[in-house]
Write a protein that binds this ligand. Structure first.
Ligand code: FAD
Length: 468
């Protein structure tokens, strides 16, 4: 029987990063992953195959179309007869995914991580290690890392199938739906709804919560909602779905809104109401791996499960279901297994929604900080006063800094605007070092760049913004 120091079950961002880091640290390492795309093994999990990467490829393609059809004229560029070839767009997306998933296979080879394609199943304890069925072959490992990720949550009234799709289906429509319904106004619903709206679909978003992006800072959520509605996305909040039926022509959704029953017809319906942990086929019951009441693998602060030598990371342990959180847990855990001080700072995890405008935040919202009893000061700076944004022709949104009023420590950063996904990194780095709004305000930012709006927001927190 082959034997490894570390065996990782799941080759998504949590698992493949843990495997690479473990191998870098000198452990003999293997990874077993079951993801299959077009009948072939494809490393990278949800993120690379049907999540972060293909959604961003489609967002970029659709944004180019929107730019050509709606914004180019303002720059003096007239384009006649622009049209969309969905098949070519999808094939470009597949090319991006192939490149990146193939890249993980290359990295495994380079780092001598042995790769198994198929299900990984916990079989039994064996001395100070475990026997795992890795795609039909029993192997032994001293340390087993469960990184089996998550699956889309289904709505019992609207099971997936036919015209009712989850993320992978929504990234593969063969033509632009005329009318598209989206249940759930979270990150995934907003991104996928945006893709098809830009390509010509009439998009209606149905959300059970009473308000928009309730985890985001109020000012950011308000501005983003205004921009999305201006683009033609239609939102209904506080709705309760009562019936969903489908036939060849499409889907009929009946819901309660403000006490009234409303019926809506869609060609396609995306259900994006969250994700559930994936422990199917893992053998959790066989070995007694403890799950919580929602099915997440229970871990302590060192990612240790109730079973010695078995750890879990990524979406399957809950918390922020984000690829970068999963990756950092992979690095931290491999380092802890090696006796090092691996660490993830959960207080400064950036959240990004890749719509247009983009939304990005990290740390506490103004309201959240006040609820914690902190005295805060805030600074806000609009992109309409930023030279580069004006040059781009995209002055939507603003940057908002939240700092502790007594110590000036940066405790929150919130942005809505073009390209803010690339602006949040510097602030997260300053927050990671425990920096202040003064540190951000005194850092030299290149001119003209959008990042000057970040600096100005920090200056505004001390009422000394220069360009407003
Ligand atoms: P996964 O990526 O789900 O990987 C788990 C892997 O384990 C899969 O390959 C699965 O097949 C395999 N597996 C499961 N069980 C077994 C088993 N028993 N044996 C062998 N293999 C098994 N996050 C971001 O940070 N940024 C984004 O822009 C972003 N966009 C997203 C867009 C969409 C449409 C979706 C759906 C998600 C998005 N996410 C994004 C979330 C991100 O994809 C997840 O947080 C991330 O993939 C979690 O990584 P993971 O390794 O924990 O799990």
């Amino acid at each position: 029987m082959d034997s490894f120091d570390v065996l990782v079950i799941g080759g998504g961002p949590a698992g493949y990063v843990a495997a690479i880091r473990a191998a870098q640290l000198g452990f003999s390492t293997a990874c077993v992953d079951a993801f299959e795309r077009d009948g072939k093994a494809s490393l990278g999990g949800t993120c690379l195959n049907v999540g972060c990467i293909p959604s961003k490829a489609m967002l970029d393609s659709s944004e180019k179309f929107e730019m050509i059809t709606h914004e180019a004229a303002e720059h003096g560029i007239d384009v006649q007869g622009a049209s969309v070839d969905v098949a070519r767009m999808l094939s470009r997306k597949a090319g991006v995914v192939d490149k990146l998933t193939g890249g993980i296979a290359y990295l495994f080879k380079k780092n001598k991580v042995k790769s198994f394609f198929g299900l990984g199943r916990l079989v039994r304890q064996d001395g100070d290690g475990w026997v795992v069925d890795a795609a039909g072959t029993e192997v032994r490992a001293k340390h087993v890392i469960v990184a089996t990720g998550s699956n889309p949550r289904a709505l019992p009234l609207a099971p997936f199938g036919g015209h009712i799709v989850e993320n992978s289906g929504a990234l593969a429509f063969e033509q632009v739906p005329g009318k598209l319904g989206v249940i759930g106004a979270g990150v995934i619903g907003l991104e996928l709804g945006s893709v098809w709206r830009r390509l010509g679909a009439q998009v209606t978003v149905l959300e059970a919560l009473p308000g928009f992006l309730m985890a985001a800072d109020d000012a950011i959520a308000k501005e983003a909602l205004k921009q999305f509605q201006k683009q033609g996305l239609e939102f209904h909040f506080g709705v309760s779905i009562t019936e969903v039926t489908q036939d060849n022509a499409g889907v009929t959704v009946t819901y309660q809104e403000n006490g009234n029953a409303v019926t809506a017809q869609f060609d396609k319906l995306i259900v994006s109401i969250g994700r559930v942990p994936n422990t199917q086929g893992l053998g959790a019951d066989t070995v007694g791996l403890e799950l919580d009441e929602r099915g997440f693998v229970k871990v302590d602060s060192h990612y240790r499960t109730n079973l010695p030598g078995i750890y879990a990371i990524g979406d399957v342990i809950g918390g922020a279901m984000l690829a970068h959180k999963a990756e950092e847990e992979g690095v931290a855990l491999a380092e802890m297994i090696a006796g090092q001080a691996g660490h993830v700072n959960y207080d400064v995890i950036p959240w990004v929604i890749y719509t247009s405008p983009e939304i990005a935040w990290a740390g506490l919202t103004e309201k959240g900080a006040k609820e914690k009893g902190l005295q805060v000061k805030t600074g806000q700076f609009p992109f309409s006063a930023n030279g580069r944004a004006l040059g781009h022709g995209d002055t939507r949104g603003f940057v908002k800094v939240v700092a502790d009023a007594q110590t000036d420590k940066l405790i929150g950063i919130h942005m809505v605007g073009g390209g803010v996904s690339e602006l949040i990194g510097e602030v997260v780095a300053i927050m990671e070092f425990g920096g202040s709004s003064e540190d951000l305000a005194r850092t030299v930012h290149a001119h003209p760049t959008l990042s000057e709006a970040v600096k100005e927001a920090a200056l505004a927190a001390d009422k000394r913004a220069l360009h407003m």
